[in-house]
Design a protein around this ligand. Structure first.
Ligand code: PLP
Length: 409
């Protein structure tokens, strides 16, 4: 039996609202996969893009550079901690992680080391849908398990959360470090893999382990970057500086595709040579698209001029208060909140996922549960009453016993 539901047709967006072609208006709880952090159609970003469109929508970024990209690289370097200052632009989160993986592998090749080419990544992780990034996602998770055995081989292990896991992790590294190029992790929140949180101490352990074994540490902040966890970048909460960081999603305030892979000076220096074969072997056609760079610059201006992190703190408080009653509902395993991320985890995935999604739309909200996870990642500018509408809708739908009764035993 085919179970896919037809997609709804969106006609217009604005703030935290999506208007459908049939006239219904939904309050958006997930900000288009947590990209539209200033809400939809922010006039400051729209104006910047319009100006750039008139001047130069695109020009190749090989042998040519342009002001929006140069300014954006400078702004990102100034915002990021430590000497994360060498910026490589691409188009999507997956490609930014591909580039980070390639950068880590080529870092060792350029230094004459041919044995360090595997990545060490973590169960529950999600880094994208391209072949290279699938190979570092959780191997058991639905979307990627289909490709088991045909993807490049890396190591995917448990996150070292407690003392036992740390000891096992350290033993693993002592045995395998000679074949590893880098450690790759989503800091503080493993997002699309299941919205699972970990403490900053885990990241400090990874930083120390990477230093001990001379490995590069790559933080994938495609989800967490730009305020989502309460600080501009999640790594700030651990007080660590990765060797490479990946950014996308909210980089342009969710208006268009753009990503950045940012490296520390010592990583860059492995590529800085008169030998053309030492250059990073990547160059996407729409690299550093000027429209997207202008949108990103305007988005960063909004972070500087409006109190986005204050708004995230307010959303965190409200989500904690208003989602908490869901914890008492039958079929709910856990309720957790970090920054502007609210998660209600069920005992198991509902058998009638389409029915659950339909009921949420009937409540006037746009929320996209996956597996056993119902989550909110709203725009940081969402009005408190709209956020309450979202949390009440989730509670109402889960309290409706017919939703829970359709879960398989
Ligand atoms: N990395 C992380 C942490 C993500 O959450 C995602 C997307 O959800 C990606 C990478 C892939 O980004 P994109 O869908 O833009 O390719």
């Amino acid at each position: 039996m085919k179970t896919a539901a037809a997609p709804l047709q969106a006609a217009a967006t604005g703030g935290s609202r999506i208007e459908l072609a049939d006239g219904r208006v939904l309050i958006d709880g997930i900000a288009s996969w947590w990209t539209a952090c200033h809400g939809y159609n922010h006039p400051h970003i729209a104006d910047a893009v319009r100006r750039q469109l008139a001047a130069m929508p695109h020009v190749m970024f090989g042998g040519l550079v342009h002001e929006p990209a140069l300014l954006l690289a400078d702004r990102l370097a100034a915002l990021l901690p430590g000497d994360l200052e060498r910026v490589f632009f691409s188009d999507s989160g997956s490609v930014s992680v591909e580039v980070a993986i390639k950068m880590a592998m080529q870092y060792w090749l350029n230094r004459g080391v041919r044995t360090r080419h595997r990545l060490l990544a973590f169960r529950g992780g999600y880094h994208g849908d391209t072949i290279a990034t699938m190979a570092v996602c959780d191997p058991e998770e639905g979307m990627h398990s289909l490709f088991a055995g045909v993807l490049p081989q890396h190591h995917v292990v448990a996150l070292p959360r407690d003392a036992d896991e740390r000891a096992a992790f350290d033993r693993f590294l002592s045995e395998q470090a000679g074949g590893l190029a880098a450690i790759l992790v989503e800091p503080l929140v493993q997002g699309a893999g299941g919205m699972v949180f970990h403490d900053p101490g885990v990241l400090r352990h990874l930083r120390q382990a990477a230093d001990r074994h001379g490995l590069l540490l790559i933080l994938d902040e495609v989800f967490t970057g730009f305020g989502r966890t309460g600080t501009m970048f999640a790594c700030e909460q651990a007080g660590i500086v990765p060797d490479i960081i990946t950014l996308s999603k909210a980089l342009t305030g969710g208006t268009m595709g753009l990503a950045a892979t940012v490296a520390r000076r010592h990583v860059f220096e492995a590529f800085w040579s008169d030998d053309p074969l030492c250059a990073l072997m990547h160059g996407p056609t729409f690299m550093a698209n000027p429209l997207a760079c202008s949108a990103a610059l305007a988005s960063l201006e909004l972070f500087a001029t409006e109190d986005r992190l204050g708004q995230v703190a307010g959303i965190e408080r409200q989500l904690a208060l208003e989602l908490e009653p869901c914890a008492a509902l039958p079929g709910v395993r856990d309720v957790r909140v970090r920054g502007a991320i609210g998660v209600v985890q069920l005992d198991r995935a509902p058998a009638d996922m389409n029915g659950l999604k339909r009921r949420l739309v009937q409540q006037g909200v746009w929320v996209r549960p996956f597996r056993d996870i119902i989550y909110l990642t709203p725009a940081f500018t969402i009005a408190a009453r709209d956020l309450s509408h979202l949390t009440r809708a989730i509670h109402a739908v889960l309290a409706d016993s017919s939703v829970m009764l359709t879960t398989p035993a």
